[in-house]
Design a protein around this ligand. Structure first.
Ligand code: G16
Length: 544
């Protein structure tokens, strides 16, 4: 095997964001761009010689090209073995599952999540560590620092490998194993849930469901689990064939982008249950007949009903949620007398809590829910949680959700996104707001008084690390909150996210339309942050 050292120059924009390095495909296609980052990653990981890594992605445009490059670089950098999903496919949760099952050193996952794909779309690369979870910031920061000083990378001059061929191959001393991307994950799901109760629900009564794979990675996983193993009728999984550009769509499972499923679930003769997942299979959306479950409520409801799911029957150690996620799960934690952890946005912050056995369930408002079964959020797992709960309770989504609000109160919740704002404008808005925080506590705003205003910082109880400036929180005396932060996953300018939350526990106050219930807070958010004035935008781009 011939290894060449290729001279290169650093790129200044390779700092990983909330979840790895995400850029336009065109950026990744620039000469040396991908190679520089991969070499920086290998260098930052220390001694990788002889180690086993998992490799796969969501199948988007450039996935297979990037895999062939990474294989050649892994061979040149003395990696011992690569375990690769057939045709280069592995959903993010499946990659996490396989890293853990094979006790690998880590894994390289190629995905830009729900961001659109294709030649003009986005691409991404992230590294997951041995626990199966996203690399913590100290590692991603080392990768970035390395990327700023890199002068050469190593690559082998070898033919492309056969990505379609299950079994073993070699590239020099590097062993390659191509695996079925679905089986290990499907087996793990079968070990967590009451598959016979779900099978009975899906095959023996009137219950009907649809799952929207949005032409992305979960098609094969959902077909195997829901149709083949659980007996749901063929066609239950829609948009099931993954395509490199997600059929031109935007596989973000929310009310705006999962339009096909939303039309079915809010249409005439709607099925009883609808679920969807995103580009790489870690996000989820849960719908009932003519109703939508917010991700924050979904986490709270799964937690409150977790005793019905075999894997969680013996109780939860704790619940963790990201700071902007609504406080609905806090109510459940309080009642069940288990700890509730509030972390910064980013699944990587849950890893330590899960590893240390402090939390069992985790969730984020950004359509992410998961548990200690892996170290990523998991779209199909969330769908199976709901199916298991419905099978056990024999009640509709709507009935379960309404009963939950009656018991715990309702957290009206919405996120307003202002996408593709020029970065300087977004930064100015955040810094002005930040500078005004000290004078906000005690301020009266209509019927409410501001109780606290700060920029969230997190102290990790396991590794004692501190993470600062994770979003501006303004909390009111009635439990309402407005949160402002800039997204760490966008690829076009800056995205301002405004999170709005209001609590109601009076049974006459539980059935309002969400945006109506939040109307006062929406106005207040604009007043406090001068959104219209500073961004020139009159309304959000996306409301979830
Ligand atoms: C990623 C992270 C999540 C985070 C989300 C949104 O999700 O894994 O933890 O909540 O981005 O982050 P931001 O608000 O910074 O854009 P995914 O599904 O895109 O990998």
């Amino acid at each position: 095997m011939t290894v060449v050292q290729v001279a290169t120059q650093p790129f200044s924009d390779q700092r990983p964001g909330t979840s790895g390095l995400r850029k336009k495909v065109r950026q990744f296609q620039k000469p040396h761009y991908l190679e520089n980052f991969v070499q920086s990653m290998f260098d930052a990981l220390g001694d990788i010689s002889g180690k086993t890594l998992i490799l796969g992605g969501d199948g988007r445009y450039y996935n297979d090209t990037a895999i062939q490059t990474i294989v050649k670089m892994a061979a040149a950098n003395d990696v011992g073995k690569l375990i690769i999903g057939q045709n280069g496919l592995l959903s993010t949760p499946a990659a996490s599952c396989v890293i853990r099952k094979t006790h690998s050193f880590g894994g390289i996952i190629l995905s830009a999540s729900h961001n659109p794909a294709g030649a003009d779309g986005d691409f991404g690369i992230k590294f997951n560590v041995a626990n199966g979870g996203p690399a913590p910031e100290k590692i991603t920061e080392t990768m970035y620092q390395r990327s700023l000083e890199i002068t050469q990378y190593q690559i082998s001059q070898t033919p492309d490998i056969e990505l379609g061929l299950i079994g073993e191959q070699t590239v020099g001393n590097l062993q390659i194993e191509i695996i079925d991307p679905v089986i290990d994950y499907a087996d793990l799901m079968a070990s967590l849930f009451d598959f016979s109760a779900i099978r009975a629900l899906l095959t023996q009564g009137q219950f009907r469901m649809r799952f929207d794979a949005m032409h992305a990675i979960t098609g094969p996983y959902a077909t195997e689990i829901l149709e083949n193993r659980l007996g749901a009728p063929t066609g239950t999984v829609m948009n099931a064939i993954p395509s490199p550009d997600f059929a031109g769509g935007h596989p973000d499972p929310n009310l705006t982008y999962a339009e096909d499923l939303v039309n079915i679930m809010f249409g005439e003769d709607a099925p009883d249950f609808g679920g969807a997942s995103d580009g790489d299979g870690d996000r989820n959306m849960i719908l009932g007949k003519h109703c939508f479950v917010t991700p924050s409520d979904s986490l709270a409801i799964i937690a409150a009903n977790s005793h019905l799911i075999p894997a969680y029957q013996s109780g939860l150690k704790g619940i963790a949620r990201s700071m902007p996620t609504s406080q609905a799960p806090d109510q459940v934690a309080r009642k069940h007398q288990i700890p509730l952890y509030e972390t910064p946005t980013g699944w990587k912050f849950f890893g330590n809590l899960l590893d240390a056995g402090l939390a069992t369930l985790c969730g984020e408002e950004s359509f992410g829910t998961g548990s200690d079964h892996i170290r990523e959020k998991d779209g199909l797992w969330a769908v199976l949680c709901w199916l298991n709960i419905i099978a056990a309770r024999q009640q509709s989504v709507d009935t379960i959700m309404t009963a939950h609000w009656q018991e715990f109160g309702r957290h009206y919740y919405s996120r307003h996104d202002y996408e593709a704002i020029p970065t300087e404008k977004a930064e100015k808005l955040m810094s002005q707001l930040n500078d005004s925080l000290f004078k906000l506590p005690g301020k009266i705003c209509g019927d409410r008084t501001i109780r606290y205003a700060d920029n969230f910082s997190y102290h990790d109880p396991v590794d004692q690390s501190d993470t600062e400036k994770q979003g501006i929180r303004i909390g009111f005396d009635d439990g309402a909150r407005i949160i402002f932060r800039l997204s760490g996953t966008g690829t076009d300018g800056a995205t301002l996210r405004v999170y709005l939350e209001q609590y109601a526990d009076d049974s006459s106050q539980l059935a309002f339309e969400t945006q109506t219930a939040l109307a006062d807070l929406i106005k207040l958010a604009d007043k406090l942050a001068h959104i219209r004035e500073l961004t020139g935008r009159n309304e959000p781009t996306v409301i979830t």
